[in-house]
Design a protein around this ligand. Structure first.
Ligand code: ZN
Length: 265
């Protein structure tokens, strides 16, 4: 089946290229292939090298505050101008064709896959899902599954309460707004129990969303959780410096303005 779809794709490729000439996803300049970046855009992404976490959060289970885990967050690139362009087009501009490109960059910096790792996308509330038409984290998770990063469970987590846009909120405000907003799907508890989870989102700002999801997953008895996003917002010390951060310290932020991303909840 996969071979057949590859053959069909290869046969239709020239027609697609004729109707939609390949363009750089970042600047729109002509390219040789679809869903790629030109050399200047590649260079301006300033990708994080390797699979070292960009920060490590400390998460406690809701039902048992004594049970705490380290939540390493991996990211492909810092939230710079090009990353913002790519994400806004992907998330709010309907450019879902960006998903394979973003996921490839994320996979390059993902923690090494465990034997039965489960890929869990950060959920959207159904009201936002209806408005947007898709969950960008699910699209990234689907591509990561294709790249061998684990088995995707689309509905492992549920956003049971809608939250306002979080773009200009402080970390404390975000945590308060997200409290109780994410739960584990009861039908997925068995699959999650004892599993290593790769929690996927498009962007990380304060880490409040990753933390809320991880708290819920801990309640389902997962063995470990790692976070993976395309872009990491905020200040960006070197990878060496990030690797030396003590657990729970997170990435230093100066104030809420660091966390403000127009149009990004
Ligand atoms: Zn370009």
């Amino acid at each position: 089946m996969k071979r057949a779809s590859r053959l069909i794709g290869a046969a239709l490729g020239p027609l697609v290229d004729f109707v939609y000439p390949p363009r750089c996803c970042g600047c729109g300049s002509s390219l040789g292939t679809q869903t790629g970046l030109c050399l200047p855009c590649w260079q301006s992404l300033d990708a994080f090298p390797g699979d070292t976490p960009v920060t490590v959060l400390r998460v406690a289970a809701k039902a048992d505050a004594a049970r705490q885990i380290a939540l390493p967050i991996h990211a492909a690139v810092p939230y710079n101008s090009l990353a913002r362009t790519l994400l806004l087009a992907f998330k709010h501009g309907g450019r879902i064709s960006h998903a394979p490109l973003l996921a490839r960059l994320m996979a390059a910096n993902a923690p090494p896959p465990a034997e039965r790792r489960i890929v869990v996308p950060v959920p959207l509330h159904r009201s936002r899902l209806w408005r947007r038409g898709y969950n960008q984290a699910v699209l990234l998770g689907r591509e990561l599954q294709k790249l061998g990063q684990g088995r995707l469970i689309v509905d492992a987590l549920c956003r049971v309460r809608a939250t306002p846009m979080l773009g200009t909120r402080s970390r404390a405000d975000r945590q308060a707004l997200l409290a109780g907003a994410v739960t584990v799907n009861p039908r997925r508890c068995e699959a999650l129990s004892g599993a290593d989870v790769l929690l996927v989102d498009d962007v990380m700002t304060s880490g409040a969303t990753f933390t809320a999801c991880a708290e819920a997953l801990l309640g389902a008895g997962v063995a470990s959780i790692s976070g993976l996003c395309f872009a990491r917002a905020g200040t960006t010390p070197s990878r060496k410096a990030a690797a030396s951060l003590p657990e729970g310290s997170g990435r230093p932020h100066t104030d809420a303005r660091n966390l403000a991303i127009p149009g990004v909840p």
